[in-house]
Design a protein. Structure first.
Length: 341
């Protein structure tokens, strides 16, 4: 049966699979993989409280019954919103998920079919929820298949990632006292406090790891107050720190910076990960996070995939067809190198 990775990528992009709506694309892939001779296991991934979708979410594992894989290729089923259907020209596939990560799914299937036909023990793991909280990966980690290696797919321009930065999500909250804005001395301005706290946070000297680069901090959301004529009694800011090592010194620095003005609540941490080098392959450092820290039971991780992270999550998201076909060759070659080592 002929395999067309370009058409498969477009078919996957054309199914709305924004986070919490991965059910339909999982069902499509399950049928596709069964038709190509794979045994497919679907594992339910619960919706968050109050979440609604037309299809139930699920992870997919594709392999062969009774066979323990040496290598599992993995990436995620979901995309960030909004849904953008596919188009193509002579050089590129366009649309939401074209590079993050529907083209990667197609490339991994193409590589696994080649490896399977050569008698190698390989599998595929496609998970829900990577773009939000790695919910699918956390569930998959409870039922590993005994693989020695996990090749995770994210857009790395077909370069092998030597490391993936971690993430530390922080909510900073300030409290005050409401009053009429004509008499500010009768109140306590929470927004003034949050501004002072954030100013001090921005002066923190964040860690810098040799060969990896600096930790970075983004203030992504600020909210507070009631009305222009009311002294605000509450204010909140949401921050995301990209980690290049252990988080402890950064946590302490943020707590010290906001002390006296606000309180810091650390709501999520994804650890920094280092990975192996393979001779002859170009390398990079991923400034973004992946499902790898949530898939620790699936073997030694590697991070590699076609497409540029710089166009992922944008209206211009695209994947070069040339890079898609190169990724199939690259995934196949890396798997052979790992198993010959």
């Amino acid at each position: 049966m002929t395999f067309d990775p370009v058409q498969l990528t477009r078919n996957l992009v054309d199914i709305d699979s924004t986070t919490y709506h991965e059910g339909e694309v999982a069902a499509y892939l399950s049928r596709f993989l069964k038709e190509r001779g794979f045994d497919v296991e679907a594992t339910p991934v619960p919706q968050p409280a109050g979440g609604k979708a037309s299809h139930e979410r699920a992870n997919l594992y594709a392999g062969h019954n009774g066979v323990t894989p040496d290598i599992v290729f993995s990436t995620h089923l979901d995309t960030v919103p909004p849904f953008i259907a596919s188009t193509e020209d002579a050089d590129y596939i366009y649309g939401r998920g074209s590079c993050d990560a529907k083209g990667i799914i197609a490339a991994q299937i193409g590589a696994v079919e080649r490896l399977r036909d050569a008698g190698m023990k390989v599998g595929l793991l496609f998970v829900a929820g990577e773009e939000r909280d790695s919910a699918g990966a956390k569930i998959a980690n409870l039922s590993p298949k005994g693989s020695r290696f996990l090749i995770n797919g994210e857009p790395t321009d077909n370069r092998l990632a030597l490391a993936s930065k971690g993430a530390l999500r922080v909510v900073i909250r300030a409290s005050g006292k409401m009053a009429h804005s004509a008499y500010p001395e009768l109140g306590e301005n929470a927004i003034n406090k949050i501004i002072a706290a954030l100013d001090r946070v921005l002066q923190i000297e964040l860690p810098n790891t040799e060969g990896i680069g600096p930790s970075t901090l983004n203030i992504g959301v600020i909210d507070g107050g009631r009305a222009p004529n009311v002294v605000p009694d509450h204010a909140e800011a949401q921050l995301l720190v990209r980690l290049v090592g252990d988080s402890e010194s950064t946590r302490q620095a943020i707590e010290q910076a906001v002390a006296g003005f606000a309180e810091a609540d650390f709501t999520l941490e994804i650890p920094f990960v280092r990975m192996r080098r393979i001779d002859g392959l170009p390398t990079m450092v991923a400034a973004f996070t992946t499902d790898i820290p949530a898939l620790t039971n699936w073997g030694e991780p590697l991070l590699l995939g076609p497409g540029s992270i710089h166009v992922a999550h944008t209206p211009q998201e695209r994947l070069a067809k040339k890079e898609l076909f190169e990724a199939i060759d690259l995934y196949t070659s890396v798997a052979r190198q790992l198993l010959q080592a």
